[in-house]
Design a protein around this ligand. Structure first.
Ligand code: NAD
Ligand code: FES
Length: 296
């Protein structure tokens, strides 16, 4: 069992938990993820690692309760436990494998969207710890949904918050801020983009238009086993089949087929909606309501 040492609501839609998982904390690197299971019958949910403390043996996760399982996670309190906490899974960020002195010569920009700020944070923190200055753009629908602001300000050379409704920072989407920075003369060699797939698609298109040589995205399709066996996380990258859980989650943002990835994500939505109804209506929900599709 993996004990929850801290459970906090970060914003209206995002939750943070610090979980006791010494083996994962001893081995994980920025960019990797874990798969969490609440109980024996629970669904396996992939979550990015937001932070880790090797000495304390803890992992910090940040999640949005969008499905039935993550809604159950949100109800957990300090002292509760997860049954499984498997990881670290996936490959570490490709940037942390590069020569640090070479990294210091490059202009690097990280872009995080919504809860995608969580996987951006450990990478930017790693850069700061290794003396690499990087800029960070973080976007959210409004000021109240911006997360990890103080943490991000402490590790970024320049931090640019953006809100879709203009309630804080740049008024508009992260892609607009990227264009504004380019118009002001900022030139980047590498752009790391992590967030909703639609943001990564348009982030990569904008980076390409601006002539940024390299764009890295972190893909989070539906995952089941997380070990390359089930095929759930299949993606097309440069025309080749890849599996996000073992070949990624990072990929070349200029090569990912985002449209097919988003179509695939959509196909799982009906199943997810049925699970949410079951959670909300308990045993009274039999799937035969004619509305949810559970009787089809
Ligand atoms: P959101 O929908 O509020 O979007 C966040 C920001 O992305 C916006 O503020 C905007 O700046 C930008 N954005 C959105 N659509 C855009 C577009 N069409 N063009 C340009 N920019 C755009 O974010 P949210 O509700 O927090 O998103 C949650 C999603 O993020 C979930 O689908 C989740 O699966 C995904 N997620 C991805 C990762 C990852 O590793 N890639 C990690 C965690 C969560
Ligand atoms: Fe099963 Fe990736 S989650 S192959």
């Amino acid at each position: 069992m993996y004990k929850i040492l801290k459970a906090e609501k970060l914003s209206a839609t995002n939750y943070l938990m610090v979980v006791e998982a010494p083996r994962v904390a001893a081995h994980c690197e920025p960019g990797q993820f874990i798969i969490v299971k609440l109980d024996e019958k629970g669904e396996r949910i992939p979550l990015t690692i937001c932070d880790y403390d090797r000495e304390a043996g803890t992992i910090t996760i940040v999640f949005q309760p969008i499905g039935a399982s993550t809604q159950r996670f949100a109800a957990l309190k300090e002292g509760d436990s997860f049954r499984d906490f498997t990881g670290p899974l996936g490959c570490p960020s490709e940037l942390i494998e590069e020569d640090v002195e070479e990294l210091k010569k490059k202009n690097i920009l990280f872009i995080g969207g919504g809860v995608g700020a969580a996987p951006v944070y450990p990478q930017v923190k790693w850069m700061k710890e290794h003396g690499v200055d990087v800029d960070v753009i973080i976007g959210a629908k409004n000021k109240d949904l911006l997360i990890l602001e103080d943490e991000m300000k402490a590790v970024a050379a320049n931090y640019y918050p953006c809100t879709d409704d203009g309630s804080y920072g740049y008024n508009g989407m992260v892609t607009g801020k990227l264009e504004e920075l380019a118009a002001e003369g900022k030139q980047y060699d590498i752009c790391v983009i992590i967030g909703p797939m639609i943001m990564m698609k348009f982030g990569a298109l904008t980076a390409k238009k601006l002539g940024i040589p390299k764009a890295i995205v972190s893909m989070n399709p539906i995952m089941v086993d997380g070990t390359g066996m089930c095929g759930a996380c299949r993606l097309l990258v440069g025309g080749e089949v890849k599996f996000a859980c073992v070949d990624g989650p990072e990929f070349d943002g200029y090569k990912v087929d985002f449209d097919s990835a988003m179509k695939r994500q959509q196909m799982y939505k009906d199943e997810e909606q049925r699970e949410i109804l079951k959670l909300q209506e308990g045993d009274t929900h039999h799937g035969g309501c004619g509305q949810c599709g559970g009787d089809e």
